[in-house]
Design a protein around this ligand. Structure first.
Ligand code: ADE
Length: 228
């Protein structure tokens, strides 16, 4: 196994680079890839930057240039359900691109020529991540929606919840990684700590959360995951 670990922002991956043994660095396409041993696991860590295209490019390069065999995305997300609270963790079982709409040629949300609107995460990796996360905080498993929008208005999150009643969290990268991994046949998992409620307070809560809690969670969960 060679594990690719992606986060959008530095705060979401804090400490992991420092934890890599015998690290090596390579800059490619405006990103710095750092490889090495992470608690006995051969790993490559990278910041994707923000949004679906950025995440898709990063996942593709990890596979094609760095030879990773598995991918985990760790970061923060807005809540998509009243039972999912700030500080909880959501481990994705399915991902959807909530801003994808090629209708009337294809059904809304369906990714053309795949026949799918939802991409499933790898069962074994997801189970291992959820078990690792449960040692840190409360864990939910289910649907995460991604789009090239920060969801920061109550009406926006209400609209998404109406479209996806089983929605647990919203973010901006996971479903892009999911599509790339589906197309390349790479097992993947997505874990998100809830930083805000994707409502009118989202931007302020998000900024506060990533500065305080996000980094500690990512580190703890990945450590437990690698040691398992
Ligand atoms: N990541 C963290 N919070 C988010 C939100 N409210 N919308 C989109 N991505 C997020």
């Amino acid at each position: 196994m060679r594990l690719g670990i992606i986060s959008a922002l530095a705060e979401e991956q804090h400490g992991l680079i420092e934890a890599l043994q015998s690290p090596y660095k390579l800059v490619h396409g405006m990103r710095e890839y750092t490889g090495g041993k992470l608690w006995e696991i051969d790993a490559v860590c990278v910041l994707s930057r923000i949004g679906k295209v950025a995440a898709a490019m990063t996942a593709s390069i990890l596979v094609e240039k760095f030879g990773v065999t598995h991918i985990v995305f760790t970061g923060v997300a807005g809540s998509g359900d009243k039972n999912v609270k700030v500080g909880d963790i959501v481990v994705a079982e399915e991902l959807v691109q909530h801003d994808f709409d090629a209708s009337p040629l294809f059904p809304q949300f369906e990714i053309p020529l795949t026949g799918l609107s939802r991409f499933a995460t790898d069962t074994a990796l997801t189970q291992r991540l959820a078990t690792a996360a449960a040692q840190t905080t409360r864990v939910h498993r289910g649907l995460i929606a991604s789009g090239d929008q920060f969801i920061g208005k109550l009406t926006q999150i209400q609209g998404l919840k109406a479209a996806f009643p089983d929605l647990l969290a919203v973010e901006m990268e996971g479903a892009a990684v999911a599509q790339v991994c589906f197309e390349l046949g790479i097992p993947f998992a997505i874990i998100r700590t809830i930083s805000d409620n994707a409502n009118d307070n989202a931007a302020v809560d998000f900024m506060h959360f990533i500065k305080t809690v996000a980094s500690r969670y990512a580190y703890e969960v990945i450590e437990n995951f690698c040691k398992a």
